[in-house]
Design a protein around this ligand. Structure first.
Ligand code: COA
Length: 174
């Protein structure tokens, strides 16, 4: 995933009341895929969204601002851990609290005690800053994980990986 750059002067925060967070629906996919294409060098296809949304364990949410979809999140459960599969905010609406609100709302849906993991490009400092703020901690690297540029993935966990059956020695450099 690309590094979208660190903003020196964040824009004004959106009013909490002005961002409506609701379930992701198939009808949202054109708007979601548009944001996806403006957010990632290797974007998910519509079919990838449909596949994740078809799983019973998936939590998919969108955030609407002034009647338009401004961001989305997809979280899926595999075995004993939740995986933060995708999150993005419209480039024009970033740094106004929407990404953090989406993640916090998704956590509210799955239960605070459940461990959550994700992979993020090592260069994606905005996302890593957001994840750390929400309680994720680095737990190893996947070497050359991203085929488009050979970049490493940073693995992060929120909660105890051991509770998801992942032994400590499995979290090192790979
Ligand atoms: C990562 C992303 C979803 C964050 O969404 P967002 O709505 O801009 O994030 P928020 O406004 O909720 O930010 C919350 C906190 O995260 C951190 N943060 C977010 N963006 C940051 C940036 N550009 N620089 C530094 N810190 C940042 C800050 O601590 C921020 O709090 P603050 O604004 O009070 O300082 C957004 O940048 C994005 O869509 N990036 C492209 C897609 C992507 O990389 N997704 C993650 C893939 S793993």
């Amino acid at each position: 995933m690309p590094d979208s750059g660190l903003n020196e002067t964040p824009p004004r925060r959106a009013d909490a009341e002005s961002v409506a967070i609701r379930d992701l629906a198939y009808a949202d996919l054109p708007a979601v895929v548009s944001i996806e294409h403006r957010s990632f060098t290797s974007p998910w296809s519509p079919g990838m969204f449909v596949l994740e949304m078809s799983k019973e364990s998936t939590v998919g949410l969108v955030g609407e601002f002034e009647g338009r979809i401004a961001g989305y999140i997809v979280l899926s459960r595999y075995d004993r851990a939740w995986h933060l599969m995708n999150v993005a905010v419209d480039p024009d609406r970033r740094r106004t609290g929407i990404g953090g609100d989406l993640i916090a709302t998704a956590f509210g849906r799955i239960g605070e005690a459940d461990p959550v993991t994700l992979e993020v490009r090592a260069s994606n400092r905005p996302a890593i800053a957001l994840y750390e703020r929400l309680g994720f901690r680095p737990a190893g690297n996947r070497h050359a994980y991203y085929p488009d540029n050979g970049e490493d993935a940073l693995i992060m966990w929120r909660g105890d990986p051991a509770a998801a059956g992942v032994p400590g020695e499995a979290l090192g450099e790979r």
